[in-house]
Write a protein that binds this ligand. Sequence first.
Ligand SMILES: NC(=O)c1ccc[n+]([C@@H]2O[C@H](COP(=O)([O-])OP(=O)(O)OC[C@H]3O[C@@H](n4cnc5c(N)ncnc54)[C@H](OP(=O)(O)O)[C@@H]3O)[C@@H](O)[C@H]2O)c1
Length: 221
Amino acid sequence: MKSTVVITGANRGVGLALAEHYFDAGWRVLGVCRQSSEELDRVADHVFDGVDVTKAHDVARLAEALNGQAVDLLINNAGLLRDESLGSIDFDSIREQMEINAYAPLRVAEALLPTLKKGSKIANITSRMGSIADNDSGGRYGYRASKAALNAFGKSLAMDLKPQGIAVAQLHPGYVQTRMVNFGGLISPQEAALGIAARIEALTLENSGGFWHSNGESLPW
Ligand SMILES: NC(=O)c1ccc[n+]([C@@H]2O[C@H](COP(=O)([O-])OP(=O)(O)OC[C@H]3O[C@@H](n4cnc5c(N)ncnc54)[C@H](OP(=O)(O)O)[C@@H]3O)[C@@H](O)[C@H]2O)c1
């Protein structure tokens, strides 16, 4: 029987590359997005569109639609990068990133718990910018704080879900050529997806809760 992966933000960027990777590997791909793309339609077994991951109602609808299905892997990938300038900090911008990058992955993971079973995994696509130890350039208040919060949520999920046999990883994709960074990254979405998939493959209950770069490097909190 095919394994099933649920990917948020699957219509473009890293999420789409992950959808294509798991399709090529013979998985059943369930893509979650606000609006699908031709590329996602080509590889997804089913697309759940119209899902804004910050909306409790949309996430509840997704969970209801998935009710009774077994999900082997949940990838919380949808994310948002904005910038704020010290002196005129836009708190709405910070709030928006907290909603998308931190609260939404926790909300989706909690809502989809009934679909996860012993051996299932959750991959939270975080960022190295969420590392407080690694922050040597400042700024990006909302993005850094939201990814740090996601890391904290992911660690607690790892602790809480270990008894159920579910492992959780916080994964930095690398600096990837997507719209988020005006396609100025160092690696392609395909390369990032390969690395992320390798980290997910290597994720076990023993190393659950860790924070890794897609290249395998363990990252400091
Ligand atoms: N690119 C990098 O260098 C880099 C570095 C570190 C971490 N990351 C992380 O990698 C993940 C993927 O980023 P990316 O580079 O692929 O960015 P991207 O190309 O900008 O894609 C972002 C994805 O998130 C979705 N999304 C945003 N807000 C959403 C919402 N409220 N509800 C549902 N979907 C939403 C977008 O959907 P729409 O098309 O509907 O907007 C899109 O599918 C993110 O978590 C990001 O923080 C990226």
